[in-house]
Design a protein around this ligand. Structure first.
Ligand code: ADP
Ligand code: MG
Length: 704
């Protein structure tokens, strides 16, 4: 059988299951083999009936002397099935409830194997097992798969039971054992003392003992990480091979670049300095840069990016910087034009929405400052596209945006863009350098695995003088107190406040969620009637959003009630308090990003986390926000507490689901990386490994 064929192309009885299996991530027959047990039931003690100790979990094997289904008078228990089984040493009763069809499969005189907890039941203290796992042994050679050993328990879904999965997996495994072959190089197997691949598959599903199951899992986890690493090695090589880059002159312009940096009102942090050195070095090479710049909100990525773009300009190349929201694009435009326009760099803004005073070139979609008409912020650029830097949103992707000589592409909050979009923007040039940026704290281990083909720079240091945002988890009974405190802060210190609610419309299913509209009404009318409140959410038109933010920035609102749109990038130094409702709904990494909206000026800032949740896990998670202030560390913690799937809420992550491995297993990740780096140069010598790589689904997540 070809294990690669999709379930939906299987036989009739299997096809019926295709959509249900898809929910479990089982798309092909091979996927069955990678559907790993979540735990094992230990039915390995096979006991003579006479020797059973009451309370023991055991397996018995014997002959069915009698099998009956009886009607009962109970409300829930309508029928009861009872089998009497004897093995020569004694007899035992097996009982089930409401399964009358069992009389069709458990026939008198058949040989049965049954596992479960045995006890003395009823007035007569009869030795029985209630609802045991069982299977009929059709001949002497029949091997039990549901009883009599360590039994795999699988992740299930509606209509797909562990028992059914066990049968399928057993069949596929035994029938295809010949084509399941080792593909790892011999020396790796020896060095790490790994089980062979076929044995590992066998042992993960049907282990001899738990130790063996553990060894099997380790082998499969290694494979998963190792193959992922090899893929990223391949991508990295392909990137370098295919592409001849555009080497920039850096040395020659060093002075100019540093004149610009020295004109800033602050000194670069050493993390910024390092990242910039890395970037400038990459830009000087004839291979296109492919670097990910990671840094917490407020760590100062924009200035680093701007210096890269300035280097491009000095070399006569254009740059684009693309951001996921208009708010961010506007902000970047403001920062970059303020910094670079005095140096004669022409900066233009490209977004989808019309500007109040701007005129947009129908053909290019570009707006630019109109120097002739001081009343107009933008003008139609000439048809050659006489600009050096384009700042924009997705609008930059439009065919209308044509560039003469694109040298550098920068993508901010890269995880918000798809692989295709990242490709489209690069294709506007001839192998331009690529810098992607993210404030999403990715645990190092995850980055290492996912982005193995990228160069990484971390801004692991905040600009000097930044104070920590004091963070409190506020219990429900202190809500009123918190409102009073906020009120006082606003009155006494002129602070501005964000209040973040998770969703826009009231959602019937999640009644505790504070809908932002309602919340806005409630806060304006009853809690803070004497203050000025603004409302910001994703459903507002771009222009409305901009107006609200402008008003807030200019101090015309005291409080901005918002959905998590404020998460990305907004820079309002006078905002010093952020209150987050239903905070348990956010991942820690996300909360950390939200918290980064405050603490941008030199005043002490505060983050208040509200939750109505009673869960102790939620308490532990949220409490950690009070003491941990490094995004990556929080992400790491969430990874441990909730698994990778929950790291970043829904919209914005591209983290693959691992089957056997875990992103928290740093040792194994490092082992796999080391092995992949070692094997990769000799990959052509290992044909079965190459084949395996080709058969392995490419997550294709990195930005190339
Ligand atoms: P992010 O990494 O979140 O994109 P930004 O680039 O928006 O951060 O920078 C946040 C703020 O910090 C900006 O107002 C910026 O001018 C300021 N900033 C950047 N670098 C420094 C520094 N080295 N010292 C002081 N302030 C800085
Ligand atoms: Mg930013």
């Amino acid at each position: 059988m070809d294990l690669q064929i999709p379930i939906s192309k299987g036989n009739r009885s299997m096809k019926m299951y295709a959509s249900r299996l898809e929910k479990l991530g089982i798309l092909t027959f091979q996927d069955f083999l990678y559907h790993l047990p979540s735990r094992y039931e230990d039915f390995s003690i096979i006991s003579k009936i006479a020797e059973i100790q009451p309370g023991e979990t055991v397996t018995i094997q014997g002959q069915v002397l009698d099998m009956k289904s009886n009607y009962m008078r109970g409300a829930r228990i309508k029928t009861m099935q009872k089998a009497i089984v004897a093995d020569g040493t004694g007899s035992i009763e097996l009982t089930w409830f409401n399964q009358p069809f069992l009389t069709k499969s458990i026939l008198t005189n058949s040989q049965i194997s049954a596992s479960g907890k045995a006890d003395m039941f009823g007035r007569n203290k009869t030795l029985s097992m209630q609802s045991p796992e069982y299977e009929i042994l059709y001949n002497d050679a029949a091997k039990p798969i549901h009883t009599g050993r360590l039994i795999p328990v699988y992740p299930e879904t509606q209509g797909v039971s562990s028992k059914w999965l066990r049968r399928q997996i057993y069949n596929i495994l035994t029938q295809n054992m010949r084509q399941i072959q080792e593909y790892l190089p011999e020396n790796l197997l020896k060095r790490y003392d790994f089980m062979s691949f076929p044995t590992a598959l066998q042992e993960i599903h049907y282990p001899k003992n738990l130790e063996s199951a553990q060894k099997a899992r380790e082998r499969l986890a290694f494979d998963e990480l190792f193959l992922m690493q090899l893929k990223s090695n391949q991508r990295r090589a392909a990137w370098k091979e295919k592409q001849k880059g555009l080497p920039f002159e850096i040395e020659k312009f060093q002075t100019k670049i540093y004149e610009c940096i020295n004109s800033l009102p602050f000194k670069l942090t050493s993390a910024q300095q390092n990242a910039l050195d890395n970037i400038l070095n990459d830009l000087s090479l004839d291979k296109p840069m492919n670097r990910l710049l990671q840094g917490d909100v407020g760590s100062g990525k924009t200035i680093v990016a701007a210096m890269g773009m300035y280097a491009a300009y000095l070399n006569g190349y254009q740059s684009v910087i693309m951001a996921p929201t208009e708010i961010l694009a506007n902000q970047h435009y403001a920062t970059i034009s303020k910094l670079l326009e005095p140096l004669d760099v022409k900066v233009a803004l490209v977004t989808g929405s019309k500007k109040p005073k701007g005129i947009r070139n129908q053909e290019s979609g570009i707006r630019e400052k109109n120097k002739k008409d001081p009343d107009s912020s933008f003008m139609i650029p000439d048809s050659n596209g006489d600009y050096d830097i384009l700042v924009g949103t997705h609008a930059l992707l439009s065919d209308n945006v044509k560039l003469k000589n694109l040298g550098l592409v920068i993508i901010d909050e890269q995880q918000r863009f798809g692989v295709e979009q990242r490709g489209t923007i690069r294709k506007k040039g001839n192998n331009p350098h690529l810098l992607t940026m993210t404030a999403t704290p990715i645990p190092r281990t995850v980055a290492l695995t996912m982005y193995g083909d990228l160069e990484l720079s971390y801004l692991n240091e905040m600009p000097h003088g930044r104070k920590r945002v004091k963070t409190w988890l506020v219990p429900p009974e202190k809500r009123d107190g918190a409102y009073n405190w906020i009120h006082k802060q606003i009155k006494d210190t002129n602070s501005q406040v964000f209040i973040v609610c998770p969703f826009i419309e009231p959602s019937e299913t999640m009644q505790t969620v504070k809908a932002v509209n309602q919340e806005y009404e409630r806060l304006s009318n009853t809690i803070f009637p004497d203050l000025r409140l603004g409302l910001l959410h994703g459903k507002l038109k771009a222009k409305e959003k901009e107006t609200v933010l402008k008003e807030f920035r200019e101090g015309n609102f005291d409080i901005l009630v918002a959905t998590p749109v404020v998460e990305v990038g907004i820079d309002i130094p006078n905002a010093t308090i952020i209150l987050i409702e239903a905070s348990e709904r956010f991942g820690l990494a996300q909360l950390h990003q939200l918290r980064g909206r405050v603490g941008r000026g030199d005043k002490q800032s505060y983050c208040l986390l509200f939750t109505e949740s009673k869960s102790s896990q939620a308490f532990v998670r949220l409490k950690s926000m009070e003491t941990i202030f490094a995004g990556a560390e929080l992400a790491e913690l969430d990874l441990k507490l909730r698994g990778a799937g929950n790291l970043y809420g829904t919209a914005q992550h591209g983290i693959p689901k691992l089957k056997a491995a875990s992103f928290s297993d740093i040792n194994l990740i490092q082992k796999a990386k080391h092995a992949a780096d070692e094997v990769f140069p000799h990959l052509s010598a290992y044909s079965s490994l190459q084949q395996k790589l080709m058969d392995t689904f490419d997550q294709n997540i990195s930005p190339d």
